[in-house]
Design a protein around this ligand. Structure first.
Ligand SMILES: [Zn+2]
Length: 222
């Protein structure tokens, strides 16, 4: 991007901000131009959680899926409000930066073409791209959702496992051959979707697949 274009884009962003200032995605307080959340929420929410995935591997996330985080993710996912994305990506970055040195590219658990058409945007792609930028890694959309079965969160645990099998493929396996990938989803619930995507990526030739989400919904009791 040329210097002038960059300047104009920044100017446009700042003008919009004057009329429509940033708000904390978790508590709705007004925040500064460069801030992604308020100080109180940043302090309260800092941390990380890990969930073991079925079929091996684990998923790391900055948040448990509850309270203010849950509301922010629902807004991002279903209400055409992508304002929480910067904060969520920043927190995913926080829990994945240590593995960035052992990662070649970031990818995402994609929506089906039909869901994408309905929603107009793929929230996990936005999250993965923003996280990749923060990690200084390339983003590569390696997976394609080829089947839309039932909506995963409406099913019980056993049915979820069956429901995701065969839903994803890697259209260009050469592009990920031998690569170490970081796979990103918005919410990790039973872990079956993430585990299936991980399996498909490994089967297509990826050398390693680490997993991260913005939030984990079903933490095992400690
Ligand atoms: Zn806040």
């Amino acid at each position: 991007m040329s210097g002038l274009n960059k300047f104009l884009r920044e100017l446009a962003k700042r003008t919009i901000w004057l009329f429509c200032p940033n708000r904390c995605p978790y508590c709705n307080k007004l925040i500064g131009y460069h801030d992604t959340e308020c100080d109180a929420c940043a302090k309260k929410l800092a941390g990380s959680v890990i969930q073991k995935l079925p079929m091996g591997g684990s998923c790391i996330a900055p948040f448990e899926y509850s309270g203010a985080v849950r509301r922010a993710i629902l807004k991002f996912k279903f209400r055409e409000d992508i304002s929480p994305a910067d904060s969520l990506a920043k927190h995913i970055y926080g829990v994945t930066k240590d593995i960035a040195g052992n990662t070649d590219a970031v990818t995402n658990v994609p929506l089906s073409a039909l869901s994408l058409e309905k929603r107009g945007y793929d929230q996990t792609r936005i999250l993965a791209k923003k996280t990749a930028e923060l990690l200084g890694l390339p983003f590569y959309p390696a997976l394609k959702k080829i089947k839309q079965k039932k909506v995963q969160h409406t099913l019980d645990r056993e049915a979820r496992k069956e429901n995701v099998i065969g839903c994803y493929e890697v259209p260009d396996s050469e592009s990920i051959a031998g690569k170490r990938l970081l796979l990103i989803d918005d919410i990790c619930t039973s872990g079956y979707t993430m585990a299936e995507c991980r399996r498909v990526l490994l089967e297509a030739g990826a050398r390693d697949v680490q997993c991260a989400a913005a939030a984990i919904a079903e933490l095992e009791p400690h």
